[in-house]
Ligand binder design. Structure first.
Ligand code: ADP
Length: 420
């Protein structure tokens, strides 16, 4: 089997989000952690590569993206996707525009579209301006982001300094007329030499029309939501072949374990909720520094059911720990501990792991030696169960970024897997 669709995502949880939305349609989706060193042995129809290139130097981000693109082409992919955040997280230098241009050059594509809209999550674009809920992007909390503060809401103005080609726009008034009108407008813009087209979208129907108009552009760029209609569109166009069948996954034998290294508000609620009915153990980075993870592992050995190990703490407690150990050091201690615990737990028969936290998920997957995840059903929007091999053991992973999921997420995740 060869891949048909190949995507590059600029961060880990963004890749999981995209893979989960694609898998909603029942197609086979593989998520790779970084660009594999060897060609794909058994590519899925939909291949997604998770990268960490959102804020890298431009040339480095471009080089990594092109390497990924070449790997995807070798796996058979014919249509490509560049996935970034639905709040267009980037700096004045990039990397959204520069990576798109590098991919376009490599693919010999003259025009692409940009549509980060995600109506289900309140991200919409009107007249080229991006809204987060009811607020323009530049008035949303994204204005204060530590790495990529978004101080303008206008996507044309944000993209222009990032690219060398001409930037244009297709407004909602055209999008509302449907796919044929969008295609005609793209052709007109192309005749005027416009390479980069921002496309308005305020509802899922808009994304369906845009994807129908643009699925064969060679390269599309946007958030995860724009890619969601693509499997059905490819299917209708006869490109999916035997991949039209529903994929089924086997829940691995073994026990469940929750590892939470996220301190986001929703994770705190999830930890409190789960701890009420289940065995739980709190890690403190200061203790970890003294004693290592052995006390936690000893505790785990004595527990029944699906326990929870967490470093999650309230903002005041986290600030105190960070003041004592340094922010980076404290984070590193927790991530290292979670990584060691995950490996030891796998060896004790815990094969169903729910991990909370983007960075924490990265540390855990790396320690488990997971390079490929087969993406299954979602527990919550953007959080699918994934299936992988770790040192010859079949495991299932649900990797949740900070604010995803509802208060019952941990228990729901394990039940979802049980009932597959
Ligand atoms: P999120 O997805 O919520 O941002 P991450 O795992 O990406 O979660 O980031 C949380 C960071 O906070 C990690 O680096 C983690 O190691 C660190 N951390 C977790 N618990 C604590 C704690 N009690 N004190 C200090 N840092 C912590």
């Amino acid at each position: 089997m060869a891949a048909f669709f190949g995507a590059i995502a600029d961060d880990f949880t963004g890749a999981t989000d995209l893979a989960g939305l694609l898998a909603r349609s029942g197609v086979r989706v593989s998520l790779r952690i970084g660009v594999p060193d060897t060609p794909a042995e058994d590519p899925a129809g939909f291949e997604v590569i998770a990268m960490k290139i959102r804020t890298n130097p431009v040339a480095d981000a471009q080089a990594q993206a092109v390497k990924g693109l070449n790997w995807l082409r070798e796996a058979g992919a014919q249509q490509f996707y560049w996935k970034y955040c639905s709040t267009f997280d980037s700096t004045a230098q990039g990397n959204i525009g520069p990576v798109a241009e590098a991919m376009m050059a490599q693919l010999d594509v003259q025009q692409t579209i940009y549509c980060p809209a995600f109506p289900e999550n309140g991200r919409s674009i009107f007249m080229g301006n991006l809204f987060v809920g009811q607020q323009p992007l530049a008035e949303s909390p994204m204005k204060d982001h530590p790495l990529t503060p978004m101080r303008d809401s206008n996507l044309m103005r944000l993209l222009e300094p990032q690219v060398t080609g001409k930037v244009g726009q297709i407004s909602r008034l055209v999008v509302a007329k449907g796919a044929v009108a969008i295609r005609e407008e793209l052709a007109q813009l192309k005749a005027q030499g416009v390479a980069h087209v921002i496309v308005d979208a305020v509802a899922d129907e808009d994304l369906g029309q845009i994807a129908t108009a643009c699925w064969d552009l060679g390269l599309m760029t946007g958030g995860s939501a724009l890619a969601m209609p693509l499997p059905d569109i490819y299917r209708a166009a006869g490109h999916m072949g035997d991949q039209a069948e529903q994929v089924t996954y086997k829940t691995p034998d073994g026990r469940g374990l929750i590892l939470s290294g996220s301190c986001s508000v929703m994770t705190q609620t999830q930890v409190q909720t789960y701890a009420k009915g289940h065995a739980s153990y709190q890690l403190d980075p200061r203790d970890l520094l003294q004693t290592g993870v052995q006390p936690a592992l000893d505790w785990l050995t004595g527990q029944d059911g699906a326990p929870l190990i967490y470093a999650t703490a309230a903002p005041d407690a986290v600030r105190a720990i960070q003041a004592e150990l340094g922010t980076e050091k404290a984070g590193e201690i927790v991530e290292d501990a979670m990584a060691v615990i995950a490996v030891a737990a796998r060896d004790k028969g815990f094969t169903r792991l729910v991990v909370a936290g983007g960075e924490t998920s990265g540390a855990v997957t790396q320690a488990l030696g997971v390079q490929r995840l087969d993406v299954g059903p979602e527990v919550a929007p953007g959080v699918p169960w994934c299936f992988a091999q770790s040192a010859g053991v079949s495991i299932a992973l649900a990797l949740k970024s900070g604010n995803f999921g509802d208060p019952q997420f941990f228990a729901t995740a394990l039940t979802t897997l049980e009932n597959l």
